[in-house]
Every structure is written in C-alpha cells, then in structure tokens.
Design a protein around this ligand. Structure first.
Ligand code: FAD
Length: 356
C-alpha cells in the first residue's frame, strides 16, 4: 500500500484532470486543504491519457499549448498548495456523519500491482471533477496479462527513457499507438513493432504519415493484419516478457521477441459508483448542478468540469476552470465558518500553503 488508510481534509476532489488540478489551486488560494483522488496512475485526465501530444488553441493566454505542457503548468501551479495526491485510487461512495468536524467520509479503493486497499478520506465538502467518469483501460483478452502488468505490460508510457534499448510491441491503431510508436522508435528503443488488425489507423493523418515514413526507414515494423493473443514469460522471471504471440487473421500464430508490450486500445469510461450517489444525472452521464454554486442536489457535494451540467455548459477546459472557482468560493464558509471577503489574487497574494 503506497498511502495511509485515512486522511482528513477540507475538500476531497475526485478527478485529477485539468479541472481537478485547477480546483486544488483554487481551494488552496482560499486557504482550504485538499485530497485529490484519481483512478489513473498519472495526473492530467483526458489530456494526459488521450491526447498528450496534441496542441490546444483555446486556453486563454496560450495561443497554442501541447496538452501535456498544459498539465505540467497546472501541476506546477497547484503543487505549492500541498495537496495529498492519491493515484490509482477510485472514489466509490460516501457516508454522512453530521455533527463531526469532517462530516463526509469518502470511501475509495486503491489498486497497485494487483492488490486492492481501502482508503477513507474524511472531509467537509466533495468536489467531483470526474470528466466522463473513471477511465478503465480496454485490455486485450489474454489470459496471463495481469502477471506482466507494471513490469513488462503498460497501458501508459510514463517515461519513454524506460524503453531505451528495449524490444517493444505496441498493439492498437489510434493516436496513442501511433504517437508512441513514433516517439519510442525515435527515442532509442531497440525495436518497435506495431500490431494492428487492418491497414487503417484512426490517428491524426500527419502522425500516420510520419509512422509510415519510419516504417520505410525500417525504424518501425508493422504487423498487419495481426492481433496479440498470448504472452510468453522469460524462464527466470514469470513477470518478465520474452515474446508476444501474434495471430494472423488467417489463424496462423507466431511468437515475436519482446521485452515490453503496450496494448493501446483506448479507454472505456463511466460514472460507475458515483452514478448511484443520488443526484440527478443527464442521459449523457453528467451531473446536474446549480450554476451559481456548482452544488449538486446533495448538500456539500459539488461537480465541476465536463461532468457538471447546467444551462449554457460546454465541455471546455476554460469553462471547467471557472466552475472550479465558483465551487471553491461557495465552499469557503463551510470550511472557514465565516463569510468570504472577496479579494483578487493580486490583492490576496498566495497564502501560506495549507498544510496537507
Ligand atoms: P477529465 O479530463 O475527463 O478528467 C477526469 C478525471 O477524473 C480522469 O482522470 C478520471 O480518471 C477521473 N475520475 C473519474 N471518475 C473517478 C472516480 N470515481 N474515482 C477517481 N477518479 C475518477 N477541450 C478544450 O477546451 N479545448 C480543446 O482543444 C480540446 N480538445 C480535445 C481533444 C480531444 C481528443 C479530447 C478527447 C478532448 C478535448 N477537449 C478539449 C475536452 C477536454 O479534454 C475536456 O473538457 C477536459 O479534459 C475536461 O476536464 P475534466 O478535468 O473535467 O475531466
């Protein structure tokens, strides 16, 4: 277990996408502590998981910024607020304990290296910044997949340098598969093989063109129409991959040598257990909130960003940032027991960071 069993804080923030990250900062600016929970192993939500290398053009003050760079800036801005960051941790449900200093108890489940642990976050308010819901990786139906996870099988690339001089098999035909094939082939992997069922990639056309040019230069090998059907372990260590078994569409199988397998089949997302909390949700899985406060139908429970719905709502990062400010200002009296005297950040300055 990487974390403690219990935390006490002012606000539990569910979701570490761009809006959850900015919510940590807003809360801290108003002197409120937070615990940030995300089911993914890294910060950044959709920006990190779905399109890290894409430029965004509609973030105020940034004419053009890569999604991953925006995440870096948001992390740099929020970290001085000393949040507790619980990654690989899914929010499940909460219970009320009125009359206690921390009346909301959020139950979460932390998964790490195939072990699951319960963590409770006691707080005064919950802000849900869950986007489209908790992401779950779509995994290939390979029986022994789990025994290699986090050692030889990854659903994310955290640090491309980890794959230097490795033989890497990437499966999939979307942006992640193509972008990482290019990145790793150019970044020192010993060999990169891309496995896909058909010769039609759903990634950005310029990325597909770049990948094909690396194929022509023999820096990437394409295996089409194949799919991965098995993983072969090294003799000395059953979590260390030795080969990936590929099956041609005609049924023939062969093993290709590999140290690393990256199945990039995208994500499935859903509100999951949050959908049963009792607030009103739209048929698109968004939570209805009061626009003036971002409060849901449940007292002390707020929603911001893509997951929140009110008249005039667009799923835009900049609107999510404003949602975060509205929610935190409304929560201030709950935490501090006094009305907020509104001040600009230029006047207020950065507070002494709340101690986590
Ligand atoms: P998300 O980024 O979805 O993050 C939500 C986080 O909550 C996730 O990390 C998820 O794992 C976590 N979570 C959910 N449920 C739980 C749970 N129960 N427990 C723990 N964690 C949970 N927007 C723009 O403004 N401009 C653009 O140019 C733009 N381009 C885009 C391009 C693409 C390809 C895509 C897919 C989206 C684009 N968007 C763009 C939309 C933008 O990405 C979203 O508006 C933004 O990510 C919403 O941020 P969020 O923090 O609300 O949610």
């Amino acid at each position: 277990m990487r974390y403690k069993k219990n935390y006490e804080t002012d606000i539990a923030i569910i979701g570490a996408g761009p809006v959850g990250l900015f919510t940590v900062f807003q809360a801290g600016l108003l002197g409120m502590k937070s615990v940030l929970v995300d089911s993914l192993p890294e910060l950044g939500g959709q920006l990190a998981a779905l399109y890290p290398e894409k430029p965004i053009y509609d973030i105020p003050a940034f004419p053009k910024i890569l999604a991953k760079t925006l995440v870096d800036h948001l992390v740099e801005q929020m970290r001085p607020m000393n949040p507790i960051e619980l990654l690989d941790t899914k929010a499940l449900q909460f219970t009320r304990h009125e009359g206690t200093p921390y009346p909301l108890h959020l139950a979460t489940e932390h998964s790490f290296q195939n072990k699951k642990d319960s963590i409770e976050v006691k707080c005064k308010a919950i802000i849900i910044a869950a986007g489209a819901g908790a992401f779950d990786h779509k995994k290939p139906p390979i029986n022994n997949l789990a025994q290699f996870e986090n050692k030889s099988v990854f659903y994310f690339v955290k640090n491309p340098k980890d794959f230097k001089d490795k033989m890497v098999v990437i499966a999939g035909g979307g942006d992640s598969a193509v972008d990482w094939a290019i990145n790793l082939a150019s970044g020192g992997a010993k060999k990169v093989i891309v496995v896909h069922r058909r010769d039609d990639f759903r990634a950005a056309p310029q990325s597909v063109a770049m990948m094909r040019s690396l194929v022509a230069q023999q820096k990437i090998e394409l295996r089409i129409p194949y799919q991965p059907v098995g993983l072969v372990a090294a003799q000395h260590d059953d979590s260390q991959l030795r080969a990936v078994t590929l099956q041609h569409l005609d049924g023939n199988q062969e093993d290709v040598a590999a140290d690393i397998f990256l199945p990039f089949y995208g994500f499935a997302s859903s509100l999951g257990p949050l959908g049963n909390w009792g607030f009103t949700t739209t048929n698109r899985g968004q939570i209805e909130v009061h626009h003036g406060t971002m409060q849901t139908a449940l007292p002390q429970v707020y929603a911001v960003g893509d997951v929140a719905m009110y008249e005039g709502k667009y799923k835009l990062i900049m609107q999510g940032f404003a949602d975060a400010a509205v929610a935190c200002h409304h929560i201030f009296p709950l935490v501090h027991g006094q009305a907020l005297h509104f001040e600009h950040s230029t006047t207020r300055g950065l507070p002494n960071p709340p101690v986590a």
